[in-house]
Unconditional design. Sequence first.
Length: 293
Amino acid sequence: MAEDVESRAVELEIGGKKRIFDVDDPVLPDWVDEDALKSGGYPYNKKLKEDEYLDDLKKLQVELVKLQFWLQATGKRVMALFEGRDAAGKGGAISASSAHMNPRLARVVALTKPTDREAGQWYFQRYVAQFPTAGEFVLFDRSWYNRAGVEPVMGFCTPKQYEDFLEQAPQIEKVIAHEGIFFFKFYLDIGREMQLKRFHDRRHDPLKVWKLSSMDIAALTKWDDYSEKRDRMLKKTHTEFAPWTVVRANDKRRARLNLVRHLLLTIDYDAKDKSAIGKLDDKIIGFGPDFLK
């Protein structure tokens, strides 16, 4: 199955050195494997132990079930956006958050390329149609923020559309906040070597190869462009009413736990057990553009 993926070797400049990365080579380069976890300024040298992760995750998932019962009883609404580079761990974080919630009222939105009809609509229109109703928890696997990252970097929108988006997004989000929706914007940040490692893992895992696209490979040489767009997005759209929660996600386990903890600590639902939720790790999770400096 892996042979179906279109790929090529690319030359990258990382840390002032020229590197050749061939995602088709079954052997992962040493310079990727050695630096993956600590890339991008990640603060820990080892991943969180699996048994500790699973124990903490179960406690958090119990709290998420309590939260969902409370949403049903009160009609309150939750909406969470998950953004980040390709292979940042968005899908896994969403799965960990929603795994034990009632799927009738916990919904994942992962929109594909716009149809011709949608392309002719107001840009936000197809996203607004997915907003939560009373008692619902909606998780967006990517969102309208495609227009702040992927689209301008890959040439899928015009410069004017990009600039208009950065002005309009905070206005839309102010309406969301005014509506009383609990609104979360999560940006999962990973280092360059970690992204390469995860791409390589996908390329050579027959169960994950579908996650790797030709556009992923084309974006490998555009790391700096994506970084510039990320920084500008965070600066322009981080507001008091719709702040960005930034998560250092080289270790998926720590990222998921802290992301869910933040969500649970923010909402005052019935029978909340703060001791089960635990405390945030301020080395892993923070707020706004300054957290990545």
